[in-house]
Design a protein around this ligand. Structure first.
Ligand code: NAD
Length: 499
């Protein structure tokens, strides 16, 4: 957990000229600085191209400005940024970086604390970690921490190789594996909603909950990431990490304390209870989709197979829906449905907890739909909670009518994501690893996902492309729930804004 509230450290960002650094990391650091949350610090931007410190500082300033208002202190902020042109495979480059780090450490009084943030293509993660140790950048008087972006491996085997490489230089508690969903306000709120409310926790089990639905839909297509996405697909890009992480927070037992170790160990127990889906079961429990051309906001958009760097006969899925079963006392028999995809009707991440119907419906009327109680957690773009209840229709009679109780957090899209990075950066500086993924979670989620990819990679899906851009995915995703007597709650109709 937190070691100090106002951290001091040298932050080295590998990949400092990249998209992530520019769009998320610099603005997040500025916000922390502006809010007075940082004590003494300096930043070294590390990347391939050659830049002077001044040129780099200008880039940082521009990136911060693009993300919002800046104050007069922006000059002081960027004056703490230095640049090192780097070759990731060359020891002499690390030695020069080490020398710069020592100078900055003594100049700014940083107590030998170092954060190494790897915002680079994952193929470099292992090499960099090995060099950091070999070339003595990890020989520090203070703390040393490695913050590492996704994807953590491509499957269990490659994740193990990567983990072995980074463990040579960092212990498990010095490794901060980013899953930026864990930095989102409402994802962090799942635990509070569950464990701080007497009205939910007693009902949070298979006696009262009929099913849980987690949707994370995007309207964007693959954009310029075709080369990466062809090898990844939605299963690896979204399910292995973000979707399973949300499921683990929804399903975990209450931790005995709110410490990093206790919370992570309860999450790990969920992954251990997750029923493996193998061989022929894969197509019974999971549905894959690939977007076809279609219309988004009255603009024609191409099919996935027509995107840049994508094979015209690609078998890669851009959509996944699945039925997860957690075989423990609390959840036996309750399906957790997950669904994620690109080029869908709306951009939305939502969790719907559907409660079981009451034993006898006194207000039953033929031709009227049943209105089960729902708890909807809106993760993004809007943030909030909606509770769907039934109450008496005003006027004569005793008819029941659905009502919604809303709590809207703030719901300004665009402010959310930098904030997630802001929180995660601050946590890594403070030494709080709760909202980062432990190796055990990564390994268990890969072994779950690997069983599915093993089947999908070896069988071409003849129906691809099987959903139109701008839709909610293939029909088979609806049938997955229909088989169990359920349906996806339409994400637009349960919007917090519309209530
Ligand atoms: P990018 O391609 O925009 O940037 C890559 C950076 O790495 C550049 O600064 C480049 O100079 C540097 N680099 C590349 N090869 C190098 C070499 N041989 N030596 C030294 N430096 C080298 O990538 P990005 O979009 O910023 O993504 C970085 C990481 O963050 C990836 O792991 C990605 O999956 C992850 N990520 C990115 C986003 C995002 O929004 N961009 C979101 C989540 C995760």
């Amino acid at each position: 957990m937190a070691q100090t509230e106002k951290p001091t450290a040298l932050i080295m960002i590998f990949g400092a000229t990249g998209d992530l650094a520019n769009r998320k990391l610099f603005p997040s650091l500025y916000n922390l600085f502006e809010k007075g949350k940082l004590d003494k610090f300096a930043v070294v931007g590390v990347a391939r191209r050659s830049l002077s410190n001044e040129e780099f500082q200008l880039r940082v300033k521009e990136s911060v400005k693009e993300n919002g208002e800046t104050e007069a202190d922006i000059e002081e902020f960027v004056s703490k940024f230095y640049y090192h042109s780097h070759d990731v495979t060359d020891s002499s480059s690390y030695l020069a970086l080490g020398k710069l780090a020592e100078e900055l450490d003594s100049h700014y009084g940083l107590n030998g604390n170092r954060i190494f943030y790897l915002a680079m293509a994952p193929e470099f993660f292992g090499t960099i970690a090995e060099h950091l140790k070999k070339d003595k950048l990890t020989d520090v008087a203070g703390f040393k921490r490695l913050v590492i972006e996704k994807p953590f491996g491509h499957d269990l085997e490659s994740a193990k190789v990567l983990n072995k490489q980074i463990r040579k230089a960092f212990s498990e508690d010095e490794i901060y594996r980013i899953d930026h969903y864990l930095g989102k306000e409402m994802v962090q709120n799942i635990e509070v909603i569950r464990f701080a409310n007497a009205m939910f926790e007693p009902l949070w089990n298979n006696r009262y909950i009929s099913n849980i639905q987690v949707t994370s839909s995007e309207t964007l297509g693959v954009e310029e990431r075709g080369r990466y996405y062809e090898k990844s697909g939605a299963l690896r890009d979204m399910v292995q990490n973000h979707m399973l992480q949300m499921v683990s927070l929804l399903a975990m037992e209450p931790p005995i304390k709110l410490t990093t170790d206790e919370i992570r160990s309860e999450k790990v127990r969920v992954f251990r209870a997750l029923r493996p889906v193998k061989g022929e079961e894969v197509n019974e429990y999971f549905v894959r989709g690939q977007y076809d051309k279609g219309s988004m906001n009255e603009t024609d958009v191409p099919a996935y197979r027509q995107e840049e760097m994508v094979n015209p006969e690609s078998n890669t899925e851009t959509f996944v829906a699945g039925r997860l079963m957690i075989d423990n006392f609390r959840w036996a028999g309750v399906p957790f449905y997950i669904r994620t995809g690109k080029r869908m009707k709306a951009k939305s991440t939502k969790i719907v907890i559907q409660f079981k119907d009451i034993p006898m419906d006194l207000y039953y009327q033929p031709e009227k739909t049943v209105n089960p109680n729902l708890l909807v957690i809106h993760i993004q773009p809007e943030e909030g909670i909606t509770l769907h209840l039934n109450a008496k229709k005003s006027g004569q009679g005793t008819d029941a009518t659905p009502v919604k109780l809303n709590y809207a957090n703030k719901g300004i899209d665009g402010l959310n994501t930098p904030e997630a990075y802001e929180k995660l950066l601050f946590d890594s500086l403070r030494g709080d690893a709760t909202n980062f993924t432990h190796w055990d979670e990564v390994a268990l989620s890969w072994s779950f996902v690997d069983n599915i990819s093993a089947v999908w990679e070896n069988t071409k899906e003849p129906s691809f492309p099987n959903y139109a851009s701008g839709s909610m995915g293939p029909d088979a995703a609806d049938k997955l729930l229909e088989k169990d007597g359920f349906f996806w709650w339409p994400i637009t109709e349960i919007d917090v804004e519309k209530c």
